[in-house]
Every structure is written in C-alpha cells, then in structure tokens.
Design a protein around this ligand. Structure first.
Ligand SMILES: [Zn+2]
Length: 656
C-alpha cells in the first residue's frame, strides 16, 4: 500500500474582499508612496514623535545605497539602520508579485537588487552607515550599530525575492552577507564572541537555511541565540574599546539602557520573562521558535513558552498591541496595561504575528492562531490608514488630542496617522505582512494534517490535486464554508480552528448537522472522500469583555468585541468627552453593516448613560453626589479603522 505523505501547500489565492482591498491598496498606494519617500521625492511631513531624531523631510534610504555603491557622493543620512526601510519594502514588493504581477514595479525591484549588489562590499558586508562614514568601526559597537539587524532584514528580503521571482542575484547577496557574518562571529579564536543589540539576524538566518539547506546558517543562528547573555558585559566591553565619550554613540541615549533591555543580562535559557524593547523581544522569540523547530533545542522551546505565556497572558493589550511604555519602546511588568500612555508599536504587533506563526508550526494549538488573528485584524492593521498613505507607529487604546498636545508624557501618542517617521520601521513592516498574508492561513504538519486556522477566504492548492476553498464574509459574518476537493481519494487530516471567542459553534458536514470535540482549539476531520463540504457557524454576538482584575488600568471597564474585531468609541460618532459615558452592559448591543463607512464596517451600538459635564468655572472638587445623566447610545467602530476621520478622542476601554 502506498503511504501518502503530508500534502504540500502549493499556492493560496486570497479571495476575501476585506483582505483583497488591503493587498491591492499596498500595490496601488503603499508601495509607490514608500518608494517615493525612500527616494526623497515625496512631499512629506515627518512626525515629531516618536523617534524623530532630528530628521527633516528626507529619508535618504536609497541615496545611502547609491553612495555606498559609488554612484553618488555624500554622507550617510538617517539612522544606522536606515537601509532596512528599503529591504522591508523590497520584501513587501516581492510578495505582491504572487497576486499582482507588475512589470513596472518588477523593473524597479530588479534594478534595486542590482544597486544593493553594487553597494555590498567584496567580503559580503553591507551596512551603508559604516561603509560610508565609519568603516573602521564595523562590528565594534554592536549594542547600537544594528549591523546584523540591518543585514538580517536584507537576508529576509533576498530570500523572499528569490522565492517569488527566481532572481538568483538577490539570494547570492544574502548568502554572501551570511558568509561574512559567519567569518566574523563565533567562539573560534579571532572571531567576535558576541551578537547584535537588536535581534533579527537569528530569524533571518533560519529563513536562509530553509531556502538554501546550508547547515552553517542554521548553526550560526543557533550560535547567536545561545551566546546571547553568556558574557553580560559584552556590550560594555565593546563600548569601552570603541570610545566612551557621548559623541561616539551611534544612537543617542542607547547606552543608558541596562543589559536586560537588550535581552543580554543572562543567557536566554535562564531568562524567566521578556524584558526591554518590545520589537527586540518578539523578533528574538521568532528566531528562537524558528531555530528550536529545526534543531529540537528544548531549552529554546522552553524559553519560547515562557516568553509567550508572559506576553500573551499578562502583557498584551486586548487589541494585541505590545509594549506599554515609550521609554525605550519597551515592555514593563505583568498586568501593567496603561491605555493612554502605551506604546504598542506597529512593528511589535507585526513581530508577534511572526512569533505566533512559528509556534503554530511547532504545535497545533489554537491559542497561537487566536493571537495571529488578533494581530491581523486589530493591533497590526491599525498601523495604516485606510488610504495607505498615513501610518501609526504608536497604537494607543485611549487618545485625546488635548492630552497629546498638552502633556509631554503623552506626546508620543498621535491622534492621527503621520505621513512618515524619522525612524520608519513600521510602514514597510506592515506592508510585508499584508502582502504575505496568504502564507499565514495554513500550517501543514508532519503527521499528514492540514490546519486551516484563519478565516480569510481563499482558494488553496496542495499537491496531488487537493484543493481547499474557503468562502465567507468574515470578519463581519461568521458563516464559514469549506469545499475540500480530493480528486485522487487521498487520506489526510484537516484541522479547523475554533477561535477562543467562539466557544459555541455550529457544524455541518456535507450539509448534515455534525459534532466534533475541540482539541487544543481545533476540530479534526479524516478526509478520504473526493469531495467534502464543511460549514462552520461561529458565534458573532457582540460581547462585553473585561480584563483580568489584576490589570488596574482596565478595572471596572469593558471593551467591546465582535468576532475577532475589537471596537473603539470615537469622537467622530459620539459627542465628547468620551469618559463621561457609562455603558449599560445589561442591555444587548446591536450591530449593523454600513458599507459606506470606513470602507465598509460592522458598526456596534451600545446603550449608555452620559453624565452631564460640570461647568467650566465650577469647583474642581465637590462632595460626591448623584450627577445628572442622559440616556444615550454609544456608537463603536473597529479599532483598526479609528483616526480615519476628524481628529478627536478615542477609547477602547469604556466606563460602565
Ligand atoms: Zn516600528
């Protein structure tokens, strides 16, 4: 008897209206706009906060590469990691070719790959700041230099570009880069026994290993993870040797952060919870999970579990945002979830999606897919305006233009999306997630199982003619229809996710009512027939959510969720101030789809009392007594779509 091995995923075409719009928006608006910005051809205003770092209207990111390639004269401009804007953009463009072939764009990206190849040093090194203005300081100040972070982003782009277009040169740049890093880093005599201040190279090398099957890249990634924190004084020693005066710092203020901030105070295997810069945390976690999957290193996997549990169960906002403080763009401590000063960097939500995807590849657990969905529909997506030309770096859960203007401690909280940022890490990071979202819908496991864990309509083709077509009106409608075609009568398991927000669900198999036990967030079917249909009805009731009552900021408040979508109240729909509303959680909320609003959204209405505002010249404090209230209705829109109308207040957590 022939044993059928696990069906290989060949192609996924997204048919979801919701995601098709975003993916076309990236092609039509985001990519051209960002290309103009990176070439200094766009008339943009750079947000003063966060991380402006004295930037003016220029990005200079492409110019830096031209100077390094000897095609232009001048100095490097921008952050030491300015190159990464270009690489993330290239990666986003590469994925877009899989659903929107575009000759004009392809010409630009091919030429960009040529330029990058010319900018690369003969030994494979590529970080334009150091090549142009500080060649003697290469790899000498890794706490701040972002050199491996920068090259890691190229490696990701190069792998993606090679996979999508077959461009060998793009992959060769990446392998030459990895070889350069391999020659310079490690425990052998003469090598640097250190690592980069910003994780990224680990996950990038794992991706390079996946495509090249060259073991040394996986071993190098493993080395970086194992070596981290082995010598907690590594960065300080380098700084001492490179020069301790402030003018030697590559990014002002970076030296003040402690070892914990860089996840370098102790070996990862000994770290109980994540510390420091949120994006570093999630990139490190992604690298750990990636490498653990291939090396079966249990200590790395244990660290993934510890960090996952702490982030998801004690430090994640209801929207999926991560990073509670602007000070160092960092995570803080368990259950500290302030809503009006939080950071919630778009990149951290994008990175959390990477981490969740890797964990799903290790274990078939619905909670990983739940978090991935939460990021895709909330925390990550809120990083971009509906026009594709304005972006959030910081994603608050409560905002007030007066507070952002008047309180320096809240000045990082923008109440409208910016044209661009001095540190422009977020826009292209989100773009590459959106253009590759087709790669996030299925996980095929070695035990002959296909997991379908996201409800994004699609047609997926596997080998031996197997097809899975999923159609739905998600995220507004919870009726999910599957058609599974298995023309050669193969045998495999199909796992469908039951989201944590839908404990109740209806199920029909071949139009007959059925039941299936839920195991770790999935229901399973043995597929043997040539054709099978499955209909899943998810619970799309509007729900009032509360936070764990250890989270002081949310105590006594409710957030509104429908399906995976978290809702927000905006001043555009509700007379301010929004803190004067008290939601009636006893009355059932209503919801209706409005196709003209915010590109089409399900709008939720909840009953509320609004307390009458005290007079402006009244006393600041009076003895407590009943205040007069007016019965009203609060209108809520999806969180991802806030700040697309007039500038005003917003809040996710509502008084009750
Ligand atoms: Zn960012």
């Amino acid at each position: 008897m022939q044993v059928f091995t696990t069906p290989k995923l060949k192609h996924v075409e997204i048919t979801s209206d919701f995601w098709k719009r975003y993916r076309e928006l990236v092609v039509k608006e985001v990519l051209p706009y960002q290309w103009q910005v990176m070439n200094d051809e766009a008339d943009i205003a750079i947000a003063e906060d966060p991380q402006n770092n004295g930037q003016d209207k220029n990005s200079h990111a492409v110019a830096n590469l031209k100077i390094a390639a000897g095609k232009m004269k001048g100095h490097h401009y921008g952050f030491p990691f300015q190159d990464t804007d270009v690489y993330k953009w290239l990666e986003a463009a590469a994925y877009s070719f899989s659903y929107h072939p575009n000759k004009d764009l392809k010409k630009i990206t091919d030429e960009l790959v040529d330029l990058i190849a010319e900018a690369q040093d003969d030994d494979g090194y590529l970080s334009t700041y150091f090549q142009i203005d500080a060649p003697e300081r290469k790899f000498k100040r890794l706490q701040q230099s972002h050199e491996l972070y920068t090259m890691g982003h190229y490696i990701e782009a190069g792998v993606a570009y090679y996979q999508e277009t077959g461009n060998q040169k793009a992959l060769d740049i990446a392998t030459r880069m990895a070889d350069c890093i391999d020659r310079n880093f490690g425990l052998d005599d003469g090598k640097i026994s250190g690592y980069d201040g910003h994780p990224e190279i680990e996950l990038a090398l794992a991706r390079l290993y996946e495509v090249t099957h060259t073991k040394k890249y996986l071993e190098l990634a493993h080395y970086f993870l194992n070596q981290r924190g082995q010598d907690p004084a590594f960065f300080e020693k380098q700084i001492k040797a490179d020069g301790e005066t402030p003018d030697r710092d590559l990014i002002p203020g970076m030296r003040a952060f402690k070892r914990e901030y860089y996840l370098a105070a102790q070996p990862i295997k000994d770290q109980k919870v994540p510390h420091g810069h949120a994006v570093r945390v999630v990139y490190l976690c992604t690298g750990m999970a990636y490498v653990a999957r291939y090396t079966h290193d249990q200590t790395l996997l244990d660290a993934c579990d510890r960090f996952w549990n702490d982030l998801v169960k004690r430090q994640m906002y209801v929207t999926g945002n991560i990073g509670q403080t602007t000070t160092g763009e960092a995570v803080t401590y368990d259950y500290d979830l302030p809503n009006d000063t939080d950071y919630g960097e778009t990149c951290a939500s994008v990175g959390m999606s990477f981490f969740a995807r890797q964990m799903l590849s290790i274990r078939a657990k619905g909670e990983y897919a739940d978090v991935l969905e939460k990021e895709l529909f909330n925390g990550a997506l809120s990083g971009m305006a509906l026009d594709g030309k304005h972006f959030f770096y910081v994603n608050p859960l409560e905002a007030d233009p007066a507070a952002s203007k008047g309180n320096p401690g809240k000045s990082h909280v923008l109440t409208h999306r910016a044209d661009w940022f001095g540190c422009a890490c977020c826009p292209a990071n989100l773009a590459r997630l959106i253009t590759s979202v087709d790669q996030y819908l299925y996980t095929v496991t070695e035990d002959n199982t296909i997991l379908s864990h996201q409800f994004i309509s699609n047609d997926a083709q596997f080998d031996d003619g197997i097809e899975i077509n999923q159609s739905n009106g998600f995220p507004w409608n919870g009726d999910i229809h599957y058609e599974i075609k298995n023309p050669n009568g193969q045998t495999f398991k199909l796992g469908l996710r039951i989201p944590s927000w839908s404990a109740d669900f209806g199920l029909e198999v071949n139009s007959k009512a059925a039941t299936q036990p839920v195991k770790d967030g999935f229901i399973y079917f043995d597929i043997t027939e040539k054709s099978t249909t499955i209909d899943l009805s998810l619970d799309m009731r509007v729900k009032f959510m509360r936070a764990n009552n250890r989270a002081s900021a949310d105590f006594g408040k409710v957030a509104v969720q429908r399906g995976p979508i978290v809702y927000a109240a905006e001043q555009a729909d509700n007379p301010a101030p929004l803190w004067t509303y008290e939601v009636d959680t006893k009355t059932k909320p209503s919801s209706a789809y409005e196709d003209k609003l915010l590109n089409g959204v399900e709008v939720v209405k909840v009953n509320a009392d609004q307390v009458q505002l005290d007079s402006d010249d009244g006393p600041l404090y009076t003895e407590e007594s009943d205040q007069s209230t007016q019965s009203t209705e609060l209108t809520l829109v999806p969180y991802y779509a806030w700040a697309n109308r007039e500038n005003g207040q917003m809040r996710v957590w509502l008084n009750k």
